[in-house]
Design a protein around this ligand. Sequence first.
Ligand code: T46
Length: 137
Amino acid sequence: MNMIESSIINNKKMGDDKGYLTVIEEQITVPFDIKRVFYIYGTQEDVRRGYHAHYKTRQALVSVSGSCKVYLNNTKRKTDILLDSPTKILILEPNDWHEMYDFSEDCVLLVLASHLYDAEDYIRDYEKFIEFYSEKL
Ligand code: T46
């Protein structure tokens, strides 16, 4: 498996004077089949969460309300992304160590995942992450 770069997708905002609507479709808006949906909310402002990468799971993150930041490290590149719009989608690859932080009080972070939940798919040990993915460079 080769290293895959994370990416940002600028999704469409549709609507009229009634309000707005934004659509996410598998293999069209996001580059994978969506097997699981969850959302993260009520996170305290000073909390940092995540601290892991995955072996297989690809994910799409959208802050559908409020904002938060995501720190990414794919062993080659470290970056911080601000998610502050319901139309901005961050595609996280399995090789992205990620940490979410700076949650606004009203943040609802929607996550679409390519695989069902499996605790074995998580790499929560940073040294193990570096060892596993550095080999793929
Ligand atoms: C990720 C980031 C963006 C389940 O039982 N099923 C699930 O589908 C998920 C996602 C979590 N859980 C359980 C496992 C933990 O006991 O919910 C608890 C909280 O999960 P976790 O500590 O992994 O939450 P985050 O915010 O650190 O990470 C989550 C996702 O787990 C992860 O895949 O990439 O959001």
